[in-house]
Design a protein around this ligand. Structure first.
Ligand code: SAM
Ligand code: SF4
Length: 360
């Protein structure tokens, strides 16, 4: 075990599929987490980057079987932020030292939506220039749309693959949601020059440790700069989550598995940015801090006005629903300090991997 971890710490891509599966199945995790944390320290130091998450709207044209804001969930009150609201939330993020923002929403493919995002990006760029990093998380789009948004000032894009298994993907989505297209979109984003992020959900029904190990290999194959992974959490208004409640024991097991995914991904890829996602905090109050100690280095605090948050519930028991952004900020700072880390205030926190590789 110690030999294996030492080898993995020395250079990226050293673990075989079987070794990754073995690490993901560990009961005793302290050595694994500590090795992954050492790798994170080597590349990033005791620093955490923040991205203020702006939930732009919950209209979605898609019907993913796991997601609380899927189009067929009639219980959701739909909303869309105005450009002025987005600018105000971005301004708040900037003034409070969040070096980057993420604009996220349901998936809409229309000229109206494309032009709206484009216009918001122009206004953001005019106001903040390169001082505020801008990540988009707006689903699958055509190459032309991705290009327009890049030219308007976005420079990072997150599009989760959800799983690298096409069979599992097919079981989680309606027939017209194509795994092939999702993967091709990620490749397009990278080719266009975005800092490209992807990831998977952990603990999906039918998902095996072999699937998760293959997911990590797929992150390498896609040459990702940023990884955003989190536990799959049920939502009662979805086909996959209807009538499902996690027991305390199941929640603990899921949290542990998600932390092991972070650690093994850090040990395999080394210099990428890895998010400690809010979904970890839904499983344990200090879930995100545990994520940092397992090798993650990015946190995405919600900066959306509190009144909208209840309408953007991808899963149940989403934390920080009633707090406002100021409360979230001071709570988060204390939490980060409590594990001996500090926040990179006012810095964009770009992915080291993006700048280290040869551009195509
Ligand atoms: N609509 C865009 C998309 O799907 O890429 C961006 C927003 S979508 C809400 C962002 C991510 O939320 C998805 O990629 C998915 O991994 C995650 N998500 C959705 N439902 C979830 C659930 N029940 N548990 C955990 N994560 C979930
Ligand atoms: Fe829409 Fe994204 Fe939810 Fe799928 S995961 S239903 S694309 S918001």
């Amino acid at each position: 075990m110690t030999e294996l971890l030492t080898r993995a710490m020395a250079a990226p891509y050293q673990l075989t599929h079987e070794e990754r599966v073995g690490l993901l199945g560990l009961e005793e995790t302290s050595e694994l987490f500590s090795a992954a944390y050492q790798v994170k320290l080597h590349y990033i130091g005791k620093k955490v980057s923040l991205r203020g998450l702006i939930e732009l709207g919950n209209f979605c044209a898609k019907d993913c079987f796991y997601c609380g804001i899927r189009k067929s969930n009639d219980e959701v009150k739909r909303y869309r932020l105005l450009a002025d609201d987005v600018l105000r939330m971005a301004q708040w993020s900037f003034e409070h030292g969040y070096g980057s923002i993420v604009l996220q929403s349901g998936e809409i493919e229309s000229e109206e939506n494309t032009a709206f995002i484009e216009s918001v990006l122009h206004q953001l760029h005019e106001r903040f220039g390169d001082r505020l990093g801008i990540t988009l998380c707006l689903g699958e789009q055509t190459e032309e749309v991705y290009r327009r948004w890049l030219e308007a000032g976005a420079h990072r894009y997150l599009l989760r693959l959800e799983t690298s298994s096409s069979e599992l993907y097919a079981r989680l989505h309606p027939q017209d949601h194509l795994f092939k297209r999702r993967k091709a979109c990620i490749q397009t984003l990278r080719r266009l020059g975005y800092q490209t992020g992807s990831g998977v959900m952990i603990g999906l029904p039918g998902q095996t440790l072999e699937n998760l190990s293959q997911d990590i290999e797929c992150f390498r194959e896609l040459d990702l700069d940023m990884i955003g992974m989190g536990p799959y959490l049920p939502h009662h208004g979805t086909p996959l989550g209807k009538g499902v409640t996690l027991s305390a024991e199941e929640s603990d097991k899921l949290l542990k598995l998600a932390l092991k995914m972070i650690a093994v991904t850090r040990l395999y890829l080394h210099d990428v940015n890895i998010a400690s996602t809010t979904a970890l905090q839904a499983l344990a109050d200090n879930g995100r801090e545990q994520g940092l100690l397992a090798g993650a280095n990015v946190i995405m605090p919600n900066v959306t006005d509190t009144e909208y948050r209840k309408h953007y519930q991808l899963y149940e028991n989403k934390p920080c629903m009633d707090e406002n952004s100021t409360q979230c900020r001071s709570c988060l700072h204390a939490r980060v300090l409590s594990v001996g880390e500090d926040i990179l205030w006012g810095e964009r926190g770009d992915s080291k991997h993006f700048f280290s590789k040869d551009k195509v």
